[in-house]
Design a protein around this ligand. Structure first.
Ligand code: LLP
Length: 432
């Protein structure tokens, strides 16, 4: 891969020197190329505009939820999907319009649903019978008719990593289709005047490269509604569009996935003589993943002759648990000179007290020295979002870069932040 560099041969991110960013903000550091985020958001929208179909692109904010990303989504005119009171709170704190939020999740609490109804969340994607009942009661108490979609388990396996495929029948998400639960939920919701049932939702999994699963899903949702004699206003096919982490990944352009979904639903609408339903997609990873990278400072190394070279950096599974959790692969480059010829293959390990704490399983790199900056690529989705304080390491800062300018959007945690919620144990009050 050819990396963009400046006169010092340093890696640049949207016109900004990565080594300067590391010096300015410290490492580990999450850096997002905002131009790239905007480009992807626009590419998704453009295909629907071109096909002249009604649509909503809803950013699945679980991939990366901070005030700043909701601001960008709002500015680009896309909606956002949330899955918790915490994401709702963050979106509202960013000034994101509640009407443009949808709320997913298999066990939303009474308090979370109340918070959402009070805030005026546009659409709640109802996942189960308890939620159907609670939401009806909460909507009645607040004298609103709440717009909802029903989430269906479509029984489609997306052939992805088992942990991140959510569409198969044995799933905790959604109303089961094969055993008639989905139809029962539809009948209840249709008759409930506290709810405005607008359509169906199904999400088949994540990091999917093939359009077939999306086409099947879209067709299944349309066929299901049709079999109930119902014309839905909305068909939401979820997210899951795959991205390139390494050369082993071969994603299609975003627009190809959307085009396949549009074509499928156009054909269904024509066959059923429906007005074109509003098509909703919920991309998370594809919007923020490729736009993010993590900068680390290289530290110690351990060379085991004839076996392996370990190169350790100042972060690890606390800022990116995906390699440890999913055996995920990443590419990394030496930010001090990304296009230098490589001379060795190393395993990039973190600083956490755990053998599985790996960031890159195998990486060819030029000669490096302690203090050099390593940039792990495509870490923008489910990195910061899944970060922890394991080993009581503070979570890194997040910087947005756009057209040569940079801004801190999440401050680095301090040691004081880490103990801020701790309370001393009153030893004097314990019995002898
Ligand atoms: N919509 C629903 C209902 C979802 O459950 C998800 C992801 C998305 C949209 C967004 O999918 P995306 O476009 O980001 O693939 N932590 C895992 C990914 C879990 C995804 C869960 N649901 C990872 O790091 O790979």
């Amino acid at each position: 891969m050819d990396y963009s560099t400046n006169a010092q041969a340093h890696l640049t991110i949207d016109g900004v020197d990565a080594v300067t960013l590391a010096d300015t903000y410290g490492t580990p550091l999450y850096v997002y190329d905002v131009s790239k985020i905007r480009q992807t958001m626009r590419a998704f929208k453009a295909i629907f505009e071109r096909e002249a179909v009604p649509y909503v692109v809803s950013y699945a904010s679980k991939a990366f939820s901070t005030k700043a990303i909701y601001q960008v989504a709002q500015q680009e005119g896309i909606h956002a999907d949330i899955v918790s009171g915490g994401e709702l709170y963050t979106a509202l704190a960013a000034g994101f319009p509640a009407a443009h939020l949808s709320f997913n999740g298999n066990n939303k609490s009474w308090d979370e649903l109340t918070m959402a109804v009070r805030a005026g969340v546009g659409t709640i994607i109802v996942d189960n019978f308890l939620e159907l009942q609670w939401l009806s009661e909460i909507a009645a108490a607040h004298q609103v008719q709440q717009a909802v979609l029903l989430r269906i388990s479509p029984g489609i396996s997306a052939h992805t990593h088992e942990f991140i495929s959510t569409g198969q029948q044995d799933s905790k998400f959604g109303f089961d289709l094969l055993t008639g639960q989905a139809k029962r939920a539809y009948e209840i919701a249709r008759l409930d005047t506290n709810l405005d049932l607008r359509g169906l939702h199904a999400h088949i999994g994540s990091q999917i490269f093939d359009v077939t699963g999306f086409e099947k899903n879209a067709a299944l949702l349309a066929d299901t509604a049709h079999s109930w004699g119902w014309i839905p206003a909305v068909i939401n096919v979820g997210g899951g569009f795959g991205i390139r982490y390494t050369d082993d990944d071969t994603p299609l352009p975003e627009s190809d996935y959307a085009a396949a979904i549009i074509a499928t639903l156009k054909a269904k609408a024509e066959a059923f003589a429906w007005p074109m339903p509003e098509i909703w997609i919920e991309p998370g990873r594809s919007i923020v993943g490729p736009a993010g990278q993590t900068l680390y400072t290289i530290g110690s190394r351990k060379d085991i002759p004839n076996l392996r070279q370990y190169l350790a950096v100042d972060g690890g599974m606390g800022d990116n648990i995906r390699p440890a959790l999913y055996q995920a692969n990443y590419d990394a480059v030496l930010a001090n000179d990304p296009n230098a010829p490589t001379t060795e293959v190393v395993r990039v390990a973190g600083k956490y007290c755990e053998s599985g704490d790996v960031l890159v399983w195998e990486q060819a790199l030029p000669k490096t020295k302690p203090g050099d900056i390593l940039a792990v690529q495509a870490t923008g989705a489910y990195g910061y979002a899944m970060a922890s304080n394991y080993n009581r390491n503070p979570r890194p800062a997040v910087v947005f870069v756009e057209n040569g300018a940079h801004q801190l959007v999440v401050a680095r945690e301090t040691y004081a932040d880490i103990v801020a919620l701790d309370r001393a144990y009153d030893l004097a009050s314990t019995p002898e």
